[in-house]
Design a protein around this ligand. Structure first.
Ligand code: ADP
Ligand code: MG
Ligand code: ZN
Length: 474
């Protein structure tokens, strides 16, 4: 029997506020344990939460950017459970009435476009963190993260493949970074994803039993974990077994998941409205305000890159997938004329270097300004493409300015007509057989002659001068 996968994603994104959602403690990452705490976020008796307005603004912004309806009235509820990193014994979240619902994102995957529904976006507080010390056999509690504002973005079960899930996640990640409400750092946990996966026989409408995958801290791991889970469930069903509704933990080193616990149902949490918080009322003026301050979104930027810079759809998509990359590109081309060349250099040489070093564009050892200077030298024919690669490598290594590398290494292109003509004449004299063969029609030999010129000039000849010269002399 053939099965069809059904996938829905839940994304927790940490909002970039300076302070926590219900108290004025700092949200700064990496502080010593429990430095960012107060009686409110440690759940002391008698304290009262006060909602952070900026967090609401960010949630509205995320809702608008994902085509959601913003609810004029929403409520906070208590989600009750016990865990040592949750001092109050409940998490303040939104259950029955979330801040935003009924949105969508258009994605492109497996060569087709698809609209993925967003069920809801709700606001909640984060829990703390347990630090396990196996050496002393102890676990310690760090409450710095307790009360940090989150939004949870819940997708409809509209995804059908791991690559669709990856595309949806990358798009959502890009949007949250573009609108500047989340730093998107997956390793530090500012952007976390749980994947729900089930299978159903092809043609059947009713969904099968789902499992929930956790600990997916990179896009790659999300896709790998989903592929693994599809295989695992297929195997279970083909063997005549039943999929158990459970939470499974992905192990990125072993490339497999293991059952963590049976999955709770919503009623297990005994949700009820938090009596300490009044309903959240958002008026039209607030929404209008947020809408007016909305920056250009990835799709709009892509369309602008296509029309303003004459880029292909593909190039524009690559360059706008990440806001920092789009900014790097625009800063680079500001003083340049050859935009296509700049786009190519960014997408091959620069991105190749970032991949090799496994770093983000924000950590690039070469700034857009310096990169632009390098391409300027190429554009004005001061250096050729080969030399530019050498200069780029040296820039990465030493942080030197491209101009001084060119001078120091003597990489300036030889474009002098007289000088090059002398060399071309010599080469023609030195290789009579090849010249004859070329003249007899073996025009492929042209690259041989070009190679000889490059050899004589140690790769510095200007091909724009040499090419016509060689052609006419041959
Ligand atoms: P919970 O917190 O219990 O996981 P949520 O409503 O927050 O419930 O999230 C449910 C997620 O699981 C949604 O993304 C939804 O699309 C997805 N989902 C629901 N049913 C299925 C199913 N049968 N197969 C795959 N995904 C599902
Ligand atoms: Mg869930
Ligand atoms: Zn606090």
């Amino acid at each position: 029997m053939a099965f069809e996968p059904v996938i829905g994603l839940e994304v927790h994104a940490q909002l970039k506020t300076k302070t926590k959602i219900f108290c004025s403690c700092s949200t700064a990452f990496g502080k010593s344990p429990n430095a960012n705490t107060c009686p409110v976020c440690t759940g002391m008796p008698g304290v009262l939460p006060v909602l952070n307005k900026q967090a609401v603004t960010f949630a509205i912004k995320a809702g608008l950017a994902t085509n959601c309806t913003i609810n004029r009235e929403s409520r906070f509820d208590r989600k009750n459970y016990f865990y040592p990193d949750l001092p109050k014994g409940y998490q303040i979240s939104q259950f029955a009435m979330p801040i935003a619902e009924h949105g969508f994102l258009d994605i492109e995957a497996d060569g087709t476009e698809k609209r993925i529904g967003i069920t809801r976006i709700h606001m909640e507080e984060d829990a703390g963190k347990l630090i396990h010390d196996p050496l002393r056999g102890k676990s310690m509690v760090d409450l710095n993260r307790t009360g940090v504002p989150l939004i949870e973005i819940v997708s409809e079960p509209d995804l059908r493949t791991a690559s669709q899930a990856g595309a949806y996640l990358r798009k959502l990640h890009a949007i949250l970074k573009y609108i500047d409400v989340c730093d998107g750092n997956m390793e530090q946990g500012s952007f976390r994803c749980d994947a729900n996966v089930s299978l159903r026989p092809v043609g059947q409408e009713k969904f099968g039993t789902r499992t929930e995958l956790k600990n997916l801290n990179s896009f790659k791991n999300v896709e790998k974990a989903i592929l693994y889970e599809i295989q695992r469930q297929t195997y279970v069903l083909e063997e005549g077994g039943e999929v158990i509704q459970e939470t499974r933990l992905w192990d990125p080193t072993k490339n497999r998941s293991a059952s963590m616990r049976g999955k709770e149902e919503a009623h297990d949490y005994r949700y009820f409205p938090d009596p300490d918080l009044v309903p959240l009322i958002v008026d039209d003026a607030w929404i209008q305000d947020v809408r007016a301050g909305m920056p250009e979104l990835p799709e709009e930027k892509k369309q602008r890159f296509i029309t303003a810079y004459n880029l292909s759809e593909y190039d524009a998509a690559v360059l706008t997938a990440d806001l920092d990359m789009a900014n790097f590109f625009e800063q680079t081309i500001t003083p340049l004329k050859n935009i296509k060349q700049a786009a190519n250099w960014i997408m091959t040489t620069l991105m190749g270097m970032l991949n090799a070093k496994a770093i983000e564009i924000s950590e690039s050892p070469v700034s857009a300004h310096e990169f632009s200077k390098l391409l300027g030298l190429l554009e004005s024919s001061r250096i050729n493409a080969n030399a530019a690669k050498t200069v780029f490598e040296q820039m990465i290594e030493t942080g030197q300015d491209p101009e001084s590398i060119v001078k120091e290494k003597g990489l300036e292109q030889v474009s002098d007509q007289g000088e090059l003509e002398g060399m071309v004449d010599e080469i023609i004299q030195e290789n009579p057989d090849e010249v004859q063969a070329y003249r007899d029609g073996k025009t492929k030999l042209f690259s041989f002659f070009m190679g000889q010129v490059m050899k004589k000039t140690r790769g510095k000849a200007d091909p724009k001068v040499v090419t016509p010269m060689l052609k006419s002399k041959l």
